[in-house]
Design a protein around this ligand. Sequence first.
Ligand code: UDX
Length: 439
Amino acid sequence: MPFRVTVIGTGYLGATHAACMAEIGHEVLGVDVDAERVAALQAGRAPFYEPGLEALLAKHVADGRLRFTTSYEEAAAFGDVHFSCVGTPQVENGYAADVRYVDAVIEQLAPHLKRPCLVVGKSTVPVGTASRLADRLTELAPVGELAELAWNPEFLREGFAIEDTLSPDRLVFGVRSDASRATLEELYRPVTDKGTPVVVTDFPTAELVKTSANAFLATKISFINAMAEVCEAGGADVGKLAEALSHDERIGGRFLRPGVGFGGGCLPKDIRAFMARAGELGVDQALTFLREVDSINMRRRTRTVELAREQCDGQFLGRRIAVLGAAFKPDSDDVRDSPALNVAGRIQLMGGDVTVYDPKAMDNARKSFPTLGYALSPEDALQGAHLVLLLTEWEEFRNLNPERLRDVVAVPRVVDARGALDPAQWRRAGWTYRALGRP
Ligand code: UDX
């Protein structure tokens, strides 16, 4: 049976969730405080680049299953189930997660809740948040305990957001009653019918599944990047090493791609918030290894700048550097904590004349790093360059033609910080090819 669902917060998570809830048959009302964003969504336009999202939004705005509003009052009157999908960024002066937006959803929604409903948190939060919010919900809602809370963390990856929402690896339901469990089971039936496993648990476990999943993924990436450091010192090839490791089923090959390290709006801030929360709980020792995971990750950026400088004969002054990639990863226009822009910015600070090209993230990059140079195509970025630096592994870059590009640059030298290019092909075409962790 279709539910009336609201999705509060229409960022990467919320906009995707709203479109996907409509896709599986529910009537959906998206809610955001940003009126401009609401107007764009209501016109079927995605507020950011995510493959397949715009088509899905447009489809369900057109068939009437999906609408958007800025009104919490309207949301409260409409919804049987309210999903809270707002962000939990890193606080300004520390490592902890800033939960003020998550709190604000309850503070603003609850006073309007006059009929029984389920409020479902999806944000990544410090363990203990859900139980605090549940108390506040009961306190503020006119229906009292008939407005229940559940925690249902989201594991989607940008670039695969639709696929990950419609066919997730698993669903996790943190619940306090059989009624909330039954509601979530019914709501997600079209997803679970395709075989998605469901783990039903309590609030703190549900919250921790998400933080520990991200901590594990970050650890895997930093592990292979630590091996890259050792490979460089020992003259070994981390690409081959990772390939060989990945044949061991206990290790697996995913999230074992060495390179300039992880960035984005999730992994970096989530591992820091996890450490901060462990400290508050008196178990900081359990997570000290994440400090190392974070340091290894940040060292990759420094090492990339160093390798680029070595390739520029020891200095950036008077050198043109073409940077390929600005997004924190391919198939996204997200530049939050992007290793690519961090490296580009540092090279510019050290005197380099940097020109950046990215297939989708140019607008966001310009807003965050207005002083960098920007080009409209890879060829433009490469004009007269003394060094080409590949920092995000877009498919478009893998397909570049090194023969043709050799005549565009001043010096045919490339540093491939994502291990995305074919070294033999570029070397055959007369380029000096260097990658992190490879001879
Ligand atoms: C991540 C988690 O994967 C997702 O489950 C969670 O819900 C949100 O955080 P996302 O931030 O979209 O998703 O990107 P992800 O694909 O995990 O990549 C994160 C970063 O790690 C990127 O900068 C990527 O380039 C880097 N990465 C990933 C590597 O450097 N090596 C790898 O092997 C994999």
